[in-house]
Design a protein around this ligand. Structure first.
Ligand code: HEM
Length: 118
């Protein structure tokens, strides 16, 4: 499950960057397609995350934070893509993204199921 989770979010990060490049390169149609695939990945990230949560005996604050920040990151993917597509300012969202992404990696890797905690 954890591998599915990691695969899904790594792919999502890659496609997020691809979508931004497509938008910047004026390829709106290509970007739309990538965005559709991204949305399927969001569902997979959430589904694998929730499945892991069901395996946890006592869900403490760290897990709740992990899930909340994970959803925050997904929201930011969407916000940044749509604002870039509409030529709106994204600075505030990139700042949030840097914070949220660092936080979600920290929380993910410090929680016990992580492969970094054998
Ligand atoms: C883009 C969003 C997300 C990213 C980048 C992310 C990243 C990660 C990372 C790096 C790990 C640790 C993997 C490992 O070390 O083996 C992890 C584990 C986990 N994630 Fe996520 N995640 C995201 C979204 C979510 C969401 C939305 C949920 C819940 C609904 C969630 C729930 C979990 C759970 C329960 C674990 C296992 C924690 C443990 O070790 O006990 N994640 N995630």
């Amino acid at each position: 499950m954890i591998h599915g989770h990691i695969t899904a979010w790594v792919l999502a990060v890659i496609l997020f960057v691809v979508a931004l490049f497509l938008i910047k390169g004026g390829k709106a149609k290509g970007a739309k397609i990538v965005q559709m695939i991204l949305r399927v990945l969001y569902l997979l990230i959430i589904a694998t995350g929730v499945m892991m949560l069901t395996q946890v005996y006592n869900i403490d604050l760290m897990y709740i934070l992990k899930a909340a920040v994970g959803i925050w990151v997904i929201g930011l993917f969407e916000m940044i893509i749509s604002r870039t597509a509409n030529n709106k300012k994204t600075n505030v969202f990139w700042i949030q993204f840097a914070i949220a992404f660092a936080l979600v990696l920290y929380l993910g890797f410090s929680l016990p199921m992580s492969f970094m905690n054998p």
